[in-house]
Design a protein around this ligand. Structure first.
Ligand code: RIB
Ligand code: CA
Length: 322
């Protein structure tokens, strides 16, 4: 997994670790929801909470090229992930996760070197699940494009077909590093995309959070608390794009675990705009008929909220008790 932990990344990581269905070779971290050091510390907190020994590698502190252009420098104040109202701060992603501090340390090796070396030395193909900006994966593909032959598939959370969240038409992970997203989509790897369309169609509710907390596990409590925190923040900001609160990154993991959690998906020809204008970072899908574009990704459009919760409840019942 490649993450920018982050509230929904934390839930996605827990789901992957607790499902018992993955051999999680390592977790690489990029900048996104916060600076890369904070995202790494948050990731270590989540792994330590379960007492697991999964190596965490810190990756790129900045996007590949995005911020070299004036006017493309990320302005977090405009990103609408936190708000102060009546003296109280509401945040979609807490600065520190509400669990004990990390005990373990990140690995010395850089995330991109880990990705390249692990793919090159593996006898089996490996699935990548990136749930943050695609900087580390794009950089690894630039370091050694031959790694693509050992990628089973890339199942990523990112992009929006229509309304975005970081801008009118761009989703945050693609917006933060559009060049990296372009490299990944053009790499020839098998790609599945979970954009905002799918995550917004399968949002979770406060009653779902209550069910997770009632499991009596540390993972269930953290997931429930984070869902409530996200719900509070988007209620106050008025930013929610669907009915329930989208837990974006966990839906990508759920799709790897169970195909049926996505109820509508299509093979599409996908591109990313990186022109620096109003559509910077937009996922562009060419759905014209009669053109010679080969599809390069399967795009999820709708998810099954009920199935998503079943998968979550099944996994989050496991692990240390509160
Ligand atoms: O747009 C949603 C994505 O942006 C999620 O991955 C979330 O964690 C943030 O990084
Ligand atoms: Ca994320």
């Amino acid at each position: 997994m490649d993450v920018d932990t982050g509230s929904d990344d934390a839930i996605a990581l827990l789901l992957a670790m607790l499902s018992g269905r993955f051999e999680l070779l390592g977790i690489t971290v990029c900048r996104g929801n916060s600076d890369v050091e904070t995202c790494t510390r948050n990731t270590l907190q989540v792994v330590d909470m379960l007492g697991l020994d999964i190596p965490v590698y810190q990756g790129c502190p900045d996007p590949m090229v995005r911020e070299l252009s004036r006017g493309r420098v990320m302005n977090n104040a405009l990103n609408r992930t936190s708000i102060v109202k009546d003296g109280k701060e509401y945040k979609v992603h807490p600065y520190t996760l509400p669990i004990p501090p990390a005990r373990s340390e990140k690995q010395d090796r850089h995330a991109c070197s880990f990705i390249v070396e692990t793919l090159k030395s593996s006898k089996e193909k490996i699935t990548l699940i990136p749930t943050g900006p695609l900087t580390n994966i794009g950089m690894a593909l630039r370091m050694d494009p031959s790694i693509v032959k050992n990628i089973e598939e890339i199942v990523l959370m990112g992009g929006a077909v229509g309304t975005g969240n970081a801008s009118a038409c761009a989703e945050a992970n693609f917006f933060h590093d559009p060049e990296a997203a372009k490299i990944v989509l053009g790499s020839g790897a098998k790609v599945r995309i979970v954009p905002l369309n799918a995550t917004r169609s399968a949002g979770l509710y406060r009653e779902d959070a209550a069910k997770l907390i009632a499991l009596g596990t540390m993972a269930g409590k953290l997931a429930g608390d984070l869902i409530n925190m996200r719900t509070d923040a988007s209620d106050v900001m008025g930013t929610r794009g669907g009915d329930g609160e989208p837990i974006h990154d966990a839906l990508a993991v759920a799709w790897v675990l169970d195909e049926s959690v996505i109820t509508e998906s299509r093979e599409e020809h996908c591109d990313v705009d990186f022109s620096g204008g109003a559509c910077d970072g937009q996922l562009v899908i060419d759905s014209r008929r009669g053109y010679e574009h080969e599809p390069n990704a399967r795009v999820a459009y709708k998810g099954d909220r009920k199935r998503f919760m079943e998968i979550m409840l099944d996994a989050f019942a496991k692990g240390p008790k509160c």
